[in-house]
Ligand binder design. Structure first.
Ligand code: SAM
Ligand code: GLN
Length: 293
């Protein structure tokens, strides 16, 4: 045994810091305490998770400990881990994220999976539009897995477009993405109609924002979360312009929020669009696949 006080080691190794961090985050009620400290250590040391175990006796320098201390302090004030380490995983890829963009959600992988099944049925080039592109996860993941797709990506946030651009370069698909600044609620992007349209819009009703967990409500961009109305503005707008932006044989993939499916289907069907609803593993309707009639 080491002759040292376990609570204040003279030297902090990876193992010491992971053990300490797990207990500290648990005591503060932070979810996924062990994973959180592990990803922070990986970020500061620039290593992969496996190396936490193979190099568990590696001592941390003072500078590394200072960086970690700052990260830990941010997380206990509820800042999301992904903003702190500047990265989030989505569909098996790592994306750069910052407070200008929504943190990728696992629900959105359902949308990407469906888009990939659709586009990979056809080997021909396909032009696609992503509305509200954020960090660019949807077009970049699809472009990386389906080289026949090229994308117009629209967002109202310059910060989001800069982040999407960085991610497109990181994943080697920047030559197949056109990033466009614009407000979808009053502008139709140039270059259409598109064979594929994807959209994960701000769909939380303004009246529900106060109820969100602090990590979301206090840190993610408000314009990525809510339309400042009933959460349905983007579906209404999509329905109004669908015949203009969606090719006659095209397909649109729209993510939707919990409990919104009936209202959204009403909106789409009242514009003579056909809808197929896809549930997530918990049986919650998460995606509407839309075609023109
Ligand atoms: N597509 C990303 C994803 O799935 O993680 C981000 C989705 S986030 C829910 C919605 C995005 O829509 C944000 O990036 C936000 O800036 C953008 N947005 C909000 N209002 C918009 C508008 N009027 N026109 C275009 N984009 C808008
Ligand atoms: N799905 C996100 C959430 O539940 C909201 C993002 C959105 O409005 N599309 O926090």
């Amino acid at each position: 045994m080491h002759a040292r006080r376990p609570d204040v080691p003279a030297v902090w190794t990876i193992r010491d810091i992971v053990t300490w961090g797990k207990e500290f985050f648990t005591s503060k009620g932070i979810d996924e305490a062990r994973l959180t400290i592990e990803l922070m250590v990986c970020s500061v040391l620039g290593i992969r998770r496996l190396e936490l175990y193979t190099d568990h006796d590696r001592p941390l320098t003072k500078a590394e400990l200072a960086s970690l201390r700052e990260m830990v302090q941010r997380r206990v004030k509820y800042e999301p881990l992904q903003y702190i380490i500047g990265a989030a995983d989505f569909f098996g890829l790592s994306f750069t994220v910052n407070p200008a963009v929504l943190i990728p959600r696992p629900e959105t992988e359902i949308l990407v999976d469906r888009v990939l099944r659709f586009v990979n049925d056809v080997a021909l080039p396909m032009s696609c539009l992503d509305v509200g592109t954020g960090s660019g996860i949807i077009p970049i993941t699809v472009a990386k897995n389906a080289s026949q797709t090229s994308w117009t990506c629209m967002d109202v946030s310059d910060g989001a477009l800069a982040c999407a651009h960085a991610n497109a370069i990181k994943h080697g698909v920047a030559d197949r993405l056109i990033l466009v600044h614009g407000d979808f609620l009053d502008t139709v992007p140039a270059g259409g109609p598109w064979q594929v349209i994807t959209m994960n819009p701000p769909y939380i009703a303004e009246c529900d924002v106060a109820e969100l967990q602090p990590e979301v409500r206090d840190f993610e961009p408000k314009e990525a979360l809510t339309d400042n109305a009933d959460g349905l503005s983007f579906y209404r707008r999509f329905a109004e312009v669908a015949n203009e932006i969606l090719a006659p044989s095209g397909t649109a993939f729209l993510e939707i929020g919990h409990g919104q499916v009936e209202k959204i289907i009403d909106i789409l069907q009242s514009h003579r669009l056909t809808c197929e609803v896809v549930d997530d593993l918990a049986g919650i309707a998460r995606l509407v696949i839309v075609r023109r009639t």
